[in-house]
Design a protein around this ligand. Structure first.
Ligand code: HEM
Ligand SMILES: *[C@@H]1O[C@H](CO)[C@@H](O)[C@H](O)[C@H]1NC(C)=O
Ligand SMILES: *[C@@H]1O[C@H](CO)[C@@H](O)[C@H](O)[C@H]1NC(C)=O
Length: 323
C-alpha cells in the first residue's frame, strides 16, 4: 500500500516533469531560458553592458539593434544570417534592399561578441547575442523587459533573395502585412504589437516620401513638417524620426500618432485606416501596459522563428563569417 502510494507519487512527478519540458519547448520553440546558465553564466550581463554603452553614446542605436533582430528573424529564422559579410564568393543579406544603407549596429554586436568570447569561447551563438541585445535595447530605451529563450545556433548561409522577399516594405497594405507576418507564424495582433517598435528610431526620406506627398489619410500639418526635410526630388538619405512625439522613448506614442494620422510609413497608417486593427490600435494608444505586455510576448514569439538548435548550424567565433 505504502509502496504503491510512493510509486504513484514518483509516476506523477515524472508526468509533471514531462509536462513542464513540453510547455518549455512550446513557449520557446525548442529553446530554453537557462541554456547558458552553467556554460556562460555572465553572458546576460556582458550583453546588457555592451548595449548600455552603445545606447549611452547614441540612443538611436537601441532602435537599430531592435530592427536588426527583426530583419534576422524574418529571413530563414533567428540564425544571425544577417550578420554575415559579403565576400568575393559569397552574397549575404547585408546588401538586400531592406537592409542596405539602413540596417546598422553590426559593430556593436562585434564588440559584445568579443567580450563574450573572452568570457567563454566558442559557446554563445551570435543569434542568441542578438536576441538578448534586442531585449536590452528596448528596455534601455524605457520599454519592457522579458525573459529571452536561448540555444539558437548560427547559420552557415544567408539569402539575399529571401531578405528581399520576406521583409515587408513601407508601402505595404494591411492585407500584405497580415500575410507576411502570418507566413512567419505570427498573428495580426503580434504584427500590430511588434509594429510599435516604430516608437523609436529614424527613417530615410526615400522610405516615406510617397506617404507625405501622395497619401490621403495623413494629417496635413504633419505632412508639411516632414516635407521640409524630405523634398519631392533628391534627399533620399535625409533622416526623420519615426515617432513625431517621443522618438527616443520606447512608449505607446506610436499608436497615438496613428490615431492622429501621423504614422510615418504608409504601412504604419494601414494599421489605423478603417480596417481590422483599428480597435487594437485604439486600445494600445490608451493602455501602455497592454501594449508593452503584448509587445514582449510577440518578441518572444518572433525570437522563436525557425531557430537552428542542437547540432544544426554552428556557434560562429566571428559573427561576420562562418567558422
Ligand atoms: C510591419 C512591417 C514593417 C515595415 C513595413 C517596416 C519598415 C521600416 C522602414 C522602411 C524603416 C526605415 C528604414 C530606412 O530608413 O531605410 C524602418 C525602421 C525601423 N523599424 Fe521597421 N518595419 C516593420 C516592422 C518592424 C518591426 C516588427 C520592428 C521590430 C520589432 C521594426 C523596427 C524598426 C526600427 C526600430 C526602426 C528604426 C531603426 C533605426 O533607427 O536604425 N520594424 N522600418
Ligand atoms: C578556447 O580557449 C581555449 C583555452 O584558451 C583554447 O584552448 C581553445 O582553442 C579555444 N577555442 C576556440 C575555438 O577558440
Ligand atoms: C494635425 O496635427 C496638428 C499638430 O499635431 C494638430 O494641431 C491638428 O489639429 C491636426 N489636424 C487634424 C485635422 O487632425
Amino acid at each position: 500500500m505504502a509502496k504503491s502510494a510512493a510509486s504513484s507519487v514518483v509516476r506523477c512527478l515524472q508526468l509533471l516533469t514531462v509536462a513542464a519540458v513540453l510547455a518549455g519547448a512550446a513557449a520557446g520553440g525548442g529553446l530554453s531560458t537557462s541554456f547558458y546558465s552553467k556554460k556562460c553564466p555572465d553572458v546576460q550581463s556582458i550583453v546588457r553592458a555592451g548595449v548600455a554603452s552603445a545606447v549611452a553614446a547614441e540612443k538611436r542605436m537601441g532602435a537599430s539593434i531592435l530592427r536588426m533582430f527583426f530583419h534576422d528573424c524574418f529571413v530563414n529564422g533567428c540564425d544571425a544570417s544577417i550578420l554575415l559579410d559579403d565576400t568575393a564568393t559569397f552574397t549575404g543579406e547585408k546588401n538586400a534592399g531592406p537592409n542596405a544603407n539602413s540596417v546598422r549596429g553590426y559593430e556593436v554586436i562585434d564588440a559584445i561578441k568579443a567580450r563574450v568570447e573572452a568570457s567563454c569561447n566558442a559557446t554563445v551563438s551570435c543569434a542568441d547575442i542578438l536576441a538578448l541585445a534586442a531585449r536590452d535595447a528596448v528596455n534601455l530605451l524605457g520599454g519592457p523587459s522579458w525573459t529571452v529563450y536561448l540555444g539558437r545556433r548560427d547559420a552557415r548561409t544567408a539569402s539575399q533573395s529571401d531578405a528581399n522577399a520576406n521583409l515587408p516594405g513601407p508601402g505595404s497594405s494591411l492585407a500584405t502585412l497580415v500575410t507576411m507576418f502570418g507566413n512567419k507564424g505570427l498573428s495580426a495582433r503580434d504584427m500590430t504589437a511588434l509594429s510599435g517598435a516604430h516608437t523609436v528610431g529614424q527613417a530615410r526620406c526615400a522610405t516615406f516620401r510617397n506617404r507625405i506627398y501622395n497619401d490621403g489619410n495623413i494629417n496635413a500639418t504633419f505632412a508639411s513638417l516632414r516635407q521640409q526635410t524630405c523634398p519631392l526630388a533628391g534627399g533620399d538619405a535625409a533622416l526623420a524620426p519615426i515617432d513625431v512625439q517621443t522618438p527616443e522613448a520606447f512608449d505607446n506614442a506610436y499608436y497615438k500618432n496613428l490615431m492622429a494620422r501621423q504614422g510615418l510609413f504608409h504601412s504604419d497608417q494601414e494599421l489605423f485606416n478603417g480596417g481590422s486593427q483599428d480597435a487594437l490600435v485604439k486600445k494600445y494608444s490608451g493602455n501602455a501596459a497592454m501594449f508593452t505586455a503584448d509587445f514582449a510576448k510577440a518578441m518572444v514569439r518572433m525570437g522563436a522563428i525557425s531557430p537552428l538548435t542542437a547540432t544544426q548550424g554552428e556557434v560562429r567565433l566571428d559573427c561576420r563569417k562562418v567558422n
